[in-house]
Design a protein around this ligand. Structure first.
Ligand SMILES: NC(=O)c1ccc[n+]([C@@H]2O[C@H](COP(=O)([O-])OP(=O)(O)OC[C@H]3O[C@@H](n4cnc5c(N)ncnc54)[C@H](O)[C@@H]3O)[C@@H](O)[C@H]2O)c1
Length: 404
């Protein structure tokens, strides 16, 4: 019966199990006789992740509570007094309180269902000996593609045009109707040239022949060499070669770029990285894209900037006080706003689920940490060939975990 449910899950995208209650919080239970108990705070897509956990002998309790964001109280109730591992969400507050409760319930593993883990106070997990997993490697292209979609939607006023059409306002072609900016051969600026920043930069450079300027505390020699090699190819075909420059400061990027896309992680250095002063340094008709984390932008300052500069445009996937927006943002027609969907493709979301499950299952089984860039052996390919390792444990070093 459980196997039948799992195969039905393949068709629906999400699995369904036995509906019960865990201390007054509704859950769906899979493999009820499993010796280890793993709590998953939201339903996850695909079925591979469930197979990973059940093959490791876990009973899996998936929370089905109607609240979009679970309170700490509900998460503690879900964990109860026996919980070996948890897969949690980036909207949850994983600090001393929850790690203390997980430890008290016998917990030995936690994985965030996200690559970013600014919602996790990792030292608190380390203090109680709990490895913290995240899910890098399957979000990169998906997130970069959404950043690209925001870039062009903003530059070419796609959303304004869409609501114009739906509003029945289109009376015929006009030379000045929704005129936007051409980005071909322009300058793209990246703040944070890690995995996603690199993928986005390549899409803009290769696809649209943009020159690249970037700021990152660490040089990205792979990206620089890649762009230089691409420039040689263009030149050999008689086309304008693209250029690449690592800037000494964020300000230099902001002054030079026609499009700036944020791809840094959120920490004390990047909180409000884009403030009123820095917004004022950007070109008047530039595009600012944020598919990183909302607080990287002072959103109230951005609203003021968008209002004062109608030809400035923003494409936003994330918001400072998510799920709320700062007053006035919804009225800014020069902003394209989507609800934190940058990683929302089925392959990525199912892959994230598999990586999170492997983090928890491998940790509970005593397997080493993987921490290699290529995580596809976990996500694609035969189930039996999944490496016996936890794909990404952020505090592996601090906990002196064995590495695969
Ligand atoms: N919107 C979404 O759904 C979504 C999806 C995936 C990731 N993200 C966010 O994107 C971020 C980047 O993901 P990634 O996989 O590329 O991570 P990554 O660790 O590969 O890249 C982050 C880069 O930011 C750089 N950085 C750190 N501090 C900086 C600073 N002060 N200024 C400029 N750069 C700085 C780092 O050196 C690194 O190169 C994540 O931390 C996450 O918060 C959002």
């Amino acid at each position: 019966m459980y196997a039948a449910r799992l195969s039905a899950a393949v068709a629906s995208g999400f699995a369904s199990g036995l509906r019960t209650m865990s201390s007054a919080v509704p859950v769906e239970t899979f493999n009820p006789s499993g010796a280890l108990r793993v709590v998953v705070t939201k339903s996850l897509p695909g079925d591979r992740w469930l197979k990973v956990l059940t093959a490791a002998g876990c009973r899996v309790d998936v929370c089905t509570d109607a609240d979009t964001i679970l309170s700490n109280d509900k998460i503690k109730k879900l964990m109860g007094d026996k919980c070996d591992g948890v897969i949690g969400q980036l909207t949850e507050d994983w600090g001393a309180e929850l790690f203390g409760a997980l430890k008290a319930a016998g917990g030995r593993a936690y994985s965030n269902y996200a690559v970013g883990y600014n919602n996790v106070v990792v030292p608190e997990a380390t203090k109680v000996g709990i490895p913290v997993g995240n899910t890098p490697g399957v979000l990169t292209e998906t997130t970069a593609e959404l950043a690209l979609a925001l870039t062009f939607s903003a530059a070419r006023r796609v959303v304004e045009g869409d609501s114009f059409m739906r509003g029945g306002k289109y009376k015929g072609w006009l030379p000045d109707l929704f005129v936007g900016n051409l980005l071909q051969n322009k300058v793209v600026g990246i703040v944070g040239a890690g995995r996603i920043g690199t993928a986005y930069a390549r899409m803009m450079v290769e696809g649209h022949k943009c020159d690249l300027v970037y700021f990152d505390p660490y040089p990205n020699t792979f990206l620089e060499e890649y762009v230089r090699d691409y420039a040689k190819l263009l030149e050999s075909r008689g086309e304008r070669p693209v250029t690449v420059k690592r800037c000494e400061t964020v300000e230099e990027v902001l002054r030079e770029a026609d499009v700036v896309s944020l791809h840094c992680n959120l920490d004390d250095n990047t909180r409000h990285l884009m403030n009123a002063e820095r917004l004022g340094m950007m070109k008047r008709d530039a595009v600012l894209v944020n598919a990183a984390r909302g607080p990287c932008i002072d959103e109230a300052a951005l609203v003021a900037h968008l209002k004062a500069n109608p030809s400035f445009r923003a494409g936003l996937d994330v918001f400072e006080d998510e799920p709320a927006m700062k007053p006035g943002l919804a009225e800014c027609e020069n902003a394209v706003i989507v609800p934190h969907i940058a990683s929302a493709t089925l392959w990525t979301r199912a892959g994230m689920a598999t990586l999170a499950a492997c983090n928890v299952a491998a940790t509970l089984s005593g397997h080493p940490a993987w921490n290699k860039v290529d995580v596809l052996p976990f996500v694609d390919g035969p189930f039996d060939a999944i490496p016996k390792a936890a794909p990404s444990i952020v505090n592996a070093k601090e906990l002196s975990l064995k590495m695969a």
